[in-house]
Design a protein around this ligand. Structure first.
Ligand code: NAD
Length: 244
């Protein structure tokens, strides 16, 4: 049985990806930053109801040491890692002129350094087995920039560079690496936007609606599937036509 590890997967897009990959038949390694994220949360039961194994692993993905330990723990409990989804992410929005150093550093650490940490340790597992799929969560902010998101856009643009580099470094070992760049998806992250911000955003989206977490999970499922075996180094925008 193949195993998928999804970071930041107790809720939101990560939880939807985990559930979809469980439906596809993968054993699932969930991750989040604290045990509390898995309390009063039915995601583990929903995944197990698909007839696959599911374990949760608490680790801060911005920590190199915690990522190394988590990868060892996932291998010990679930055997191997065939799919890695680098999903964990945070926002600390604010205009550049007012952005604190802490806001910049924390977003880079969680969104960008985590991809280095996880890809290094999981990549080594995948290189030994000479197969693997790595799927990174970028964002339209990384492709096109977004006022108020200097830190977030920087981290999500960096993910595109890392995705293409990993695709080139690991392609000969049977490993693909792709990114998805969601637009505005209804999750706790976007619930934080003001009504005025939400209205402005809807006007820019060709489909005039937010995306759903399932619509992101479907594309990730495709990238993890046999049908995407010759797709690597690509960024798929999932935004309802936001950027045209
Ligand atoms: P969310 O806030 O609902 O979920 C993010 C998850 O990551 C949470 O469970 C959180 O606890 C976890 N997390 C945060 N820091 C962590 C850390 N240091 N270690 C481990 N886990 C950590 O957000 P979401 O909307 O589901 O976003 C998921 C991903 O999709 C993010 O990378 C985000 O940038 C990206 N994205 C989201 C949207 C959107 O519209 N929601 C758009 C584009 C990209």
């Amino acid at each position: 049985m193949a195993t998928a590890l999804i970071t930041g997967s107790s809720r939101g897009i990560g939880a939807a990806i985990a559930l979809r990959l469980a439906e596809d038949g993968y054993d699932i390694a969930l991750n989040d930053i604290s045990e509390a994220m898995f309390e009063d949360n039915d995601i583990i039961d929903k995944i197990k109801a698909q007839g696959v194994m599911c374990e949760s692993f608490v680790a801060d993905v911005s920590s190199y040491d915690q990522c190394e330990q988590m990868v060892k723990d996932v291998k010990a409990k679930l055997g191997t890692i065939d799919v890695l989804v680098n999903n964990a992410g945070i926002t600390r929005d604010g205009l550049l002129a007012r952005m604190s150093e802490e806001s910049f550093d924390s977003v880079i650490a969680v969104n960008q350094k985590s991809v280095f940490n996880m890809t290094k340790f999981v990549g080594s597992v995948m290189m030994k087995q000479r197969s693997g799929r790595i799927i990174n969560l970028s964002s339209v902010a990384g492709l096109w920039g977004n006022p108020g998101q200097f830190n977030y856009s920087a981290s999500k643009a960096a993910i595109i560079g890392m995705t293409k580099t990993v695709a080139k470094e690991l392609g000969s070992r049977g490993i693909t690496c792709n990114a998805v760049a969601p637009g505005f998806i209804k999750t706790p992250m976007t619930d934080k936007l003001t009504e005025a911000q939400k209205e402005n955003i809807l006007r820019m989206i060709a489909m005039r609606r937010y995306g759903t977490v399932e619509e992101i999970a479907g594309v990730v499922s495709f990238l993890a599937s046999k049908d995407a075996s010759y797709v690597t180094g690509q960024v798929i925008e999932i935004s309802g036509g936001l950027s045209m």
